[in-house]
Ligand binder design. Structure first.
Ligand SMILES: *Cc1c(COP(=O)(O)O)cnc(C)c1O
Length: 773
């Protein structure tokens, strides 16, 4: 492959060492290494070749929303009859897909894989690996953010997955999808389902929503049937209909479909990280209980527990319906837990308890016959400074466990989607002209409000070259929490040099006063060659050496050896807007000249950088050696305020709903005038949480169950009121202040400010909750 670019090496042969029975061998000693020019391409080619070995039906699922749910539900619906290999979690990317396809084995009778793309042109590689015979196109979303043409383009790209399918399944009532399918002239048979058109191959004759379930009647091949699903939201219904079509195509008898649809389980799509009592961190994973997902969750646990001093604890229920014998299953579970270095296992259920002896490799072990016994045992009081993974099959009701362990605070939370942040990182990485260009990620101001530690940790895992914070204390906090990446301090205070030396935090230096003080402090400590980052002023006129100060700067730097310039940089004034392009080009020119002058005076390489987020995209020619990614990482494109991948969601819970007569007013100073008898909900978020008071009095809205609920009257310090007269909702329902369906830029536009300000205004008392898709 790869024109003979493969090279194979075997670690043992290379060492020439023979393993003796007693020597401790690591897995690397038995590994073969393939050295390739492009590991991703090689991985994909391997997956393609592997896929060729299987002549089985393979379902490929793509679309904007619902891929993972459709995949998991199909697994629930079809697995009793056949051995299925499917993507773990949402492994649907350029790396996730080959890892998924790689799992195909001799026993497999059906494959179910998701394909997700973030850019045009990516689907080709995914198609070659998945080679689906059955295609499912789930919902194409995002209509509120993008125009129809870009959606259509996206849809067409997605459909290329299905070029060689035998059958394609989609929502025939969705005009966009129907048009695209028609335009892409697939040769496949189509099962378009429709609630409107009786001529469609699968006609949905009636959908009736009840209190807690939906009854669906359908006609397929002239036969009428009916089934229920235990969900009532539109997205679940659409997902279920896509599953129905696939089951029918695979000739699943109608009575089996009916029976299994009624038992569909909800899919929690993510690993939730929450703060627990007694300095514990909780990772809640009620996703599904098979070995593959356990492995992923354990990996996540291990990465979170590297933070100093936290032990690793696993609360695990019986793993149901894996098709393996109890003995084999728990032998493998025990191996997995041991290899991940779990300190404490709390097993719940008859089966895992019966295998207690197998877990001897884990230092502390406790077993309980059921969840009730666990809750009554008092063991939770003994959990201290631990990272606890809670993983249970649904029947074990582990919600009760996490509720018990969770630290209860203010009901208003900022949810941070780490997966979306990584997607944004990759989005901007893909814009780098040269792969070796380095990247600084800005985590100043508590990572633009998202919370420094988790963000920094995730960025470190993705090997960004530098993190940048504003002040030394932010940097030392990260160090204490275990962050080892290089860290730049953008605003070094004269009083914090010691902290910087102690924690190896590299300061920006912007004038002689600061430079001299730094050199003096370093010399006093006997420090040499401490890296600094020289800032040039090319037009911002905020901080920085002017270009004509460079000769003096060079002389000063050369006259000492306490500090050494690691990089030289400048900052754009208006790189986001074409209006300032002339000025931006002047800045680049001035920077080019100034930074070169500095470089020429030294024999070591000094990294040059000027691009912020907007610069990376709009001035790729100015990416130099390094770029500084800020707002884009957090999901907002500074160029047009569009959302790339939404990272943060600010949400709260309705405390109370009241009917208020039409002639009354709501809130302070009687500013909330009603025009009709209204239902008014109170939510526990106010200006002290960062909800700007100017959004009140009907100037903006939040979302309750997907519908707009305007703020009524003045926003108070800790609470505000919203109008839910036209919304079907109850106390305890969620209200979304901003998030996937209500872009933060809607709020910043309303306020006449920038999204940066809205993000960084969210106060500390709002708990940050992290999750990974
Ligand atoms: C904050 C900051 C950035 C990042 O700017 P974005 O517009 O968020 O990309 C880059 N460079 C410097 C010096 C900064 O202070």
């Amino acid at each position: 492959m790869e024109n003979g670019e493969w090279k194979m090496e075997n670690a043992m042969q290379q060492d020439g060492a023979q393993p003796t029975p007693n020597s401790r061998l690591s897995i690397l000693d038995f590994s073969n290494f393939l050295i390739v020019a492009n590991p991703l391409k090689a991985l994909q080619k391997l997956a393609e070749a592997h896929r060729e070995n299987f002549k089985i039906p393979v379902i490929g699922i793509t679309g904007s929303n619902g891929k993972t749910i459709v995949k998991e539900w199909l697994h629930q619906l079809l697995s009793p009859d056949r051995c299925i290999v499917r993507s773990p979690r949402s492994y649907n990317s350029q790396i996730g897909v080959p890892l998924s396809v790689w799992q195909l084995n001799e026993e497999a009778e059906l494959g179910i894989f998701e394909a997700g793309i973030s850019e045009m042109g990516e689907m080709g590689a995914l198609k070659r690996m998945i080679k689906p015979t059955i295609g499912i196109l789930t919902n194409i979303g995002g209509a509120h953010q993008e125009n129809f043409f870009s959606l259509q383009e996206k849809c067409m790209e997605k459909l290329t997955l299905f070029k060689d399918c035998d059958v394609v399944i989609y929502n025939g009532d969705n005009e966009l999808i129907s048009n695209c399918v028609a335009k892409s002239m697939l040769t496949a048979r189509e099962i378009a389902w429709s609630c409107k058109d009786i001529e469609r191959p699968l006609y949905i004759s009636k959908v009736t929503k009840k209190e807690d379930h939906t009854v669906i009647a359908y006609r397929y091949l002239d036969m009428d049937n009916i089934f229920c699903i235990p969900f009532i939201d539109d997205a679940s219904i659409e997902n279920a209909l896509n599953c129905l079509a696939a089951c029918l195509y695979l000739m699943t008898p109608a009575d089996q479909i009916t029976e299994r649809m009624a038992r569909l389980e909800p899919i929690a799509m993510r690993l939730e990280v929450k703060e627990g009592k007694n300095n514990c961190i909780l990772i809640n994973d009620s996703y599904n209980s098979d070995l593959a997902s356990l492995d992923i969750a354990l990996d996540f646990l291990v990465r979170r527990s590297e933070k100093k001093g936290l032990k690793r604890t696993l609360i695990l229920s019986d793993i149901l319906e894996t098709g393996q014998s109890t003995a084999t299953l728990y032998r493998r579970v025990a191996q997995l837990i041991k290899s991940r270095g779990i300190n404490k296992l709390i097993g719940v259920g008859a089966e895992i308890s019966s295998c207690a002896a197998r877990f001897e490799g884990t230092p502390e072990r406790y077993f309980f016959p059921d969840t009730d016994a666990l809750l009554r045992s008092g063991i939770f009081k003994t959990l201290h400074s631990e990272v606890i993974l809670i993983k249970g099959s649904r029947v074990f009701n582990f919600d009760l466990v996490s509720e018990e362990l969770e630290l209860k605070v203010h009901e208003t939370i900022l949810e941070v989607n780490l997966g979306a942040m990584v997607a944004n990182l990759n989005h901007y990485r893909s814009m780098l002209r040269h792969p070796e260009t380095k990247m600084i990620c800005m985590v100043k101001a508590a990572a633009y409000g998202a919370g420094s530690y988790e963000i920094a940790k995730t960025l470190q895992e993705h090997h960004v070259d530098y993190l940048a914070v504003a002040v030394a204390d932010e940097g030392s906090e990260l160090r204490k929490a275990g962050i080892t990446s290089s860290i730049i301090i953008m605003d070094p205070e004269l009083t914090s040099f010691k902290t910087m030396f102690d924690y190896k935090l590299e300061p920006e230096v912007y004038n002689f006063h600061l430079l001299d003080a730094l050199i003096k402090a370093a010399e006093k400590e006997g420090i040499t060659n401490f890296p600094i980052h020289v800032k040039l002023d090319t037009g911002m006129h905020r901080l920085g050496f002017s270009v004509d100060e460079i000769p003096l700067l060079i002389r000063r730097l050369k006259s000492q050896n306490a500090v050494i310039p690691r990089s030289v940089f400048s900052h754009f004034v208006g790189s986001d807007s074409a209006q300032f392009d002339f000025f931006t080009r002047q800045q680049i020119e001035l920077f080019e000249k100034g930074s070169q002058e500095l470089q020429e005076a030294f024999s070591h390489k000094i990294l040059r950088h000027i691009c912020n987020t907007a610069g990376i995209e709009r001035f790729p020619g100015a990416q130099f050696d390094m770029v500084r990614l800020g707002i884009g990482l957090y999901g907002v494109s500074p160029i047009d305020n569009s959302i790339i991948n939404n990272v943060s969601t600010l949400k709260t819970t309705i405390l109370q709903i009241r009917d208020v007569p039409g002639e009354d007013t709501v809130g302070y100073s009687r500013m909330g005038h009603l025009t009709r008898p209204s239902r008014i909900a109170a939510i526990p978020i106010g200006y002290a949480d960062g909800l700007n008071r100017h959004l009140g009095r009907g100037n903006a809205y939040c979302l309750v169950n997907g519908k707009k609920a305007p703020y009524v009257g003045n926003i108070c310090m800790d609470v505000c009121m919203i109008d839910v007269t036209d919304i079907d909702c109850r106390e305890g329902d969620k209200a979304v202040i901003f998030g996937d369906d209500l872009p933060i830029t809607t709020l910043s536009d309303k306020l006449g400010t920038i999204p940066y300000e809205v993000l960084t205004s969210i106060s500390n008392r709002v708990k940050r909750v992290y999750y990974q898709d």
